[in-house]
Design a binder for this molecule. Structure first.
Ligand SMILES: [Zn+2]
Length: 193
């Protein structure tokens, strides 16, 4: 593949993912949000840590397991202190970690996900950016957000989805998804504006 310019983007969540769970308060499936509060239970020589989620309607809580029955020595003092002090950074780290939700069998509520697309030099995708023939655009979806590829492509190229479809059909742009690596790659083969 030959290209003249390589431009990289990263998709970054703006807030913790919300999850869908059965709520005992509401008596049905409800949306829970991350309270950014940890619950730590140090019992003898075992430590349990949970991240507390809360139903957005009735405020019932639901704990997701961070650590279960861990030896105190296996968690660093600093990390332990961060759980005790409800570190917002650590809560965000877990709250945007797809593996954490998979481990907890929690269903992420993807439809409300808020994200920004950052260019490698710190520019936002919506900042005026023109693309030309020979550009190779790599979009890293490192957080594995379940968002539509055509939506992301449309946001980056700043063109409507139907225009994108037309450009793809006429091979002016080529869009590839590398799902294993959570990447979307766009090759610009002609003029798109
Ligand atoms: Zn509820």
């Amino acid at each position: 593949m030959s290209y003249l310019r390589k431009i990289e983007y990263t998709i970054v969540p703006e807030e913790s993912f919300k999850i869908l769970r059965n709520c005992s308060g509401c008596g049905c499936k409800a949306v829970f949000h991350n309270t950014n509060c940890f619950r730590v239970n140090a019992n003898g020589n075992k430590i349990d840590v949970w991240l507390i989620y809360q139903c957005i309607k009735c405020k019932h809580t639901n704990n997701l397991t961070v650590y279960e029955r861990r030896r105190p020595g296996s968690i660093s003092r600093q990390e332990y202190e961060e759980y005790l002090s409800n570190s917002p950074e650590l809560a965000f780290e877990y709250g945007t970690d797809s593996h954490f939700f998979t481990r907890n069998k929690a269903e992420v509520e993807w439809s409300s996900i808020k994200y920004i697309i950052k260019r490698q030099n710190g520019m936002l995708a919506e900042d005026n950016q023109l693309f030309h023939k020979g550009d190779l655009i790599i979009i890293n979806n490192s957080y594995a957000l379940k968002i539509r590829t055509d939506k992301v492509v449309s946001e980056i190229l700043n063109l409507t989805r139907s225009r994108i479809r037309g450009l793809k059909e006429s091979d002016v742009i080529i869009v590839r998804e590398e799902s294993q690596e959570h990447k979307i790659i766009i090759e610009i083969k002609g003029e798109i504006y």
